[in-house]
Design a protein around this ligand. Structure first.
Ligand code: UT7
Length: 335
């Protein structure tokens, strides 16, 4: 008889949102926009923003400390720290290295993973493989972004959309394979690169006085093109992963999608045939925190006691690249 498949399961979660909150009404003061437009087009009411020099690594460490308040985690036992982010503290060293040092996680290795809004999903799949292989026992997977660092505050089409925040999950083995990450379906398509990007600061356009004057260090987006691709990409992949795991709407306890726009969330949920109480939405309060949205959603679901062992949970994301994907989890015993 073959031995049971070792799976990776989420045993603990943590989150951090910066103290400073910026409401739509506050944005009305500096931009040609209205609270009504933002709410009706996106579902966003407010967002959190870093202040006083706070960085992505600071948010990450705060999220990990939040996890450690609930779950006994010896930092010396952490094997690997994966940080999904497109707003690292700096291009290098990695945010993961900075986090390792701030935590004092003396036996850990780690790296940053750049996949924009899919960064956490890609990291969760990668961490899962590390656990399944038997090589590692404790992997922290983070989604964290300080989007306010790359937003043009004078661009009303993007400045209203994003927020800052960090979420983290701890992956540990489930030796009998009865719970944890069951399946994943991940994609990239570089032809989407023209629609959502930040051109400045890399090898193609190193930072110069001219590039900064042109605003090349800010995120740029063709919102309508991304919207269309996101609705199709997230709905298709969610349906595909549900179908190949035999999940019908009534068997899905919770769908936790990337939080960019309530209309994209609704379209994906409708495609799966889900009722409102089966769909996690926190875009109203946090806006789009890029890699942060899904771990923040998972953390909120755990805090609100929405999940029980054995529940079927679907995650789905879509972002710059394009990158997108879906993950199916058989929920375990998470704090
Ligand atoms: O997470 C990464 C992936 N990103 C996304 O998933 C974002 C996807 N895109 C979206 O969510 C939506 O496209 C937006 C929320 C960005 C925009 O909504 P939309 O319904 O697609 O609006 P639009 O871009 O078609 O613009 C409609 C109008 C335009 O005016 P005209 O050309 O019709 O006169 C815009 O100039 O709304 C105008 N507009 C605004 N008006 C007030 C754009 N931004 C604003 C604003 N306030 N903040």
């Amino acid at each position: 008889m073959s031995s049971p498949r070792r799976t990776a399961t989420i045993t603990a979660v943590g989150k951090y949102l910066p103290e400073k909150v910026v409401t739509n009404a506050e944005l009305e003061e500096s931009l040609d926009t209205t609270d009504e437009w933002i709410r009706s087009r996106t579902g966003i009411h407010q967002r959190h923003m870093v202040s006083n020099g706070e960085t992505t690594s600071d948010m990450t460490v705060a999220a990990i400390r939040n996890l450690m308040e609930k779950y006994p985690l010896d930092v010396d036992k952490i094997d690997c720290i994966i940080v999904g982010t497109v707003t690292p503290d700096m291009l290098f060293p990695s945010t993961a290295a900075i986090v390792q040092q701030k935590l004092g996680a003396s036996n850990a290795w780690g790296f940053d993973l750049s996949a924009a809004c899919s960064g956490f999903l890609f990291g969760l799949d990668t961490g899962t493989r590390f656990i399944e292989s038997g090589r590692y026992e404790k992997v922290l997977v983070v989604g964290a972004d300080a989007m306010s660092a790359v937003i043009d505050p004078s661009d009303r089409s993007t400045a209203i959309l994003f927020g800052d925040g960090a979420g983290v999950v701890l992956l540990e083995p489930c030796e009998d394979g009865s719970e944890g990450i069951m399946d994943s379906l991940l994609r990239i398509d570089g032809s989407g690169g023209d629609y959502l990007y930040m051109i400045g600061g890399g090898s193609r356009q190193p930072a110069t006085a001219e590039s900064v004057a042109k605003g090349d260090h800010f995120l740029r987006q063709d919102g309508r093109a991304v919207y269309k691709a996101a609705v199709k990409g997230m709905a298709d992949i969610s349906a595909a992963i549900a179908q190949r795991n035999g999940l019908k709407a009534e068997n899905i306890r919770l769908f936790i999608p990337h939080q960019a726009n309530q209309r994209i969330i609704d379209a994906s949920a409708e495609r799966l045939g889900l009722a409102a109480e089966q769909v996690l939405s926190n875009v109203a309060m946090y806006a789009n925190t890029t890699a942060g949205t899904i771990p923040l959603g998972i953390c909120d679901a755990v805090e609100d006691k929405l999940l029980q062992p054995g529940d079927n949970v679907l995650l789905a994301a879509f972002g710059a690249g394009f990158t997108w994907g879906g993950i199916y989890i058989k929920w375990g015993h998470t704090v």
